[in-house]
Design a protein around this ligand. Structure first.
Ligand SMILES: [Zn+2]
Ligand SMILES: [Zn+2]
Length: 400
């Protein structure tokens, strides 16, 4: 009897080797990642894709079993993050809370955010509210993860406890800490979005495509996160597979930018494309106007410093008009461009371009855009003129 018990504690029912255990961990944690990125995030929070009810329920069941998170709460916290990105209202902004806090205490920030019931109602609309939700998933969030603990212990004996701990830490670490923290702090940016979101790596494989967080903030309701040729979004691969089996329906995908030949004056098509691709336009502006102009200036002065700022810092600051600088940083930036008309010029043009995109009436926005292009082309800055000449030709690509 004692022998049987000891044997069970040591090996569980599965009597599994290391390889099997590693495989089990990989499959269950990846399933959890997919439940979060595909179901909670892309489908429920942003409505970019719809799943067959059975598939949707499998994801929902798994996120209950594997994470104990309630759909409505996750969706609400996340929608609030998009609505108030990098402000005091953002549930998890490294700019506001500090990177250390979001990285190490992301799960705690999530818990605090879900305690706000008014927010849960306001931002959690449209999430499941059926019998299972009310009586099982929302009512007993701990039951699911406890059940998984029992399964782990039964399969693998005492080792099951460690396996369970890894499973439980997966989302707090990779999603709350890694994506929400590092994804707003370090990486590359395709789009000059109004927040600090970054792409962590072009290959979104390990966290189901969530690595491409800058792309996601540029086009939040797009079911597809990979937007450059070299980028990979594993979540999108799964969506396409499910679509082939008629188990998923893609509702929204980010449009692509087209550039028409021969446009002499910006028209409504230009404006529409500019508004749709505003972040890409700002990135173009950064790459094709700000970077070369700052380089020319530094070559002409034979220095890599502009007052208290390095060339690199000044460049990054000009990319967004110094938006993320503190008071001292802003003062340093002002001092750096004060007596340099060309730098001041590209900074002003950037601000004017950003401002015209905020105009409410399309007619006034278009008039401002036409004026902007005319002046930019006559500005005497060749890079700025070239940018304006290309900007005029923007249009939204028709979808294949
Ligand atoms: Zn974000
Ligand atoms: Zn999102």
């Amino acid at each position: 009897m004692l022998d049987t018990l000891l044997n069970f504690a040591a090996h569980g029912l599965a009597n599994a080797g290391w390889l099997t255990i590693a495989l089990y961990l990989l499959i269950t944690t990846q399933l959890t990642i997919f439940a979060v990125t595909l179901y909670l995030h892309r489908s429920q929070a942003h409505r970019g894709v719809d799943f067959h009810p059975v598939v949707a329920h499998v994801f929902r069941f798994w996120s209950w079993l594997g994470t104990g998170m309630v759909t409505k709460e996750w969706v609400a916290v996340h929608r609030k993050h998009h609505a108030h990105c990098e402000t005091e209202q953002d549930p998890h902004s490294p700019q506001v809370e500090g990177i250390g806090k979001v990285f190490f205490e992301g799960a705690e920030l999530y818990r605090v955010a879900t305690a706000n019931e008014a927010d849960m109602e306001k931002y959690g609309r449209g999430t499941p509210d059926d019998w299972m939700e009310r009586h099982v998933y929302s009512a007993h969030p701990i039951l699911g993860v406890s059940l998984l603990a029992v399964i782990d212990l039964a399969l693998f004996g005492v080792l099951g406890g460690a396996i369970w701990a890894v499973q439980m830490a997966w989302i707090p670490f990779w999603a709350a800490g890694f994506v929400n923290g590092i994804g707003h702090w370090w990486g590359y940016r395709n789009f000059e979005t109004a927040d600090t979101a970054t792409n962590l790596t072009p290959w979104g494989v390990w966290i189901g495509g969530e690595e491409l967080h800058n792309n996601h903030h540029a086009f939040p309701s797009s079911a597809k996160f990979a937007l450059r040729k070299f980028e990979v979004d594993l979540g999108w691969v799964v969506i396409r597979g499910l679509e082939k089996l008629h188990l998923a329906k893609v509702l929204r995908v980010a449009p692509t930018l087209d550039v028409r030949p021969n446009v002499s004056l910006p028209d409504m098509l230009t404006l529409k494309a500019l508004l749709t691709h505003r972040f890409e336009a700002m990135t173009d502006y950064y790459k094709n106007v700000i970077k070369p102009t700052v380089r020319e200036q530094s070559d002409a002065e034979r220095t890599r410093r502009f007052g208290a700022m390095t060339r690199r810092r000044l460049r990054r600051a000009l990319a967004n008009g110094g938006r993320w600088l503190d008071k001292n940083g802003k003062a340093r930036m002002t001092a750096a461009i004060e007596n340099r008309p060309r730098l001041q010029q590209i900074n002003e043009y950037r601000a004017r371009l950003a401002a015209l995109m905020e105009q409410r009436r399309p007619e006034s926005a278009l008039a401002a855009l036409q004026q902007w292009c005319r002046e930019a082309e006559a500005s005497g800055n060749r890079k700025l003129a070239e940018f304006a000449a290309r900007l005029k030709r923007y249009s939204v690509a028709a979808h294949a």
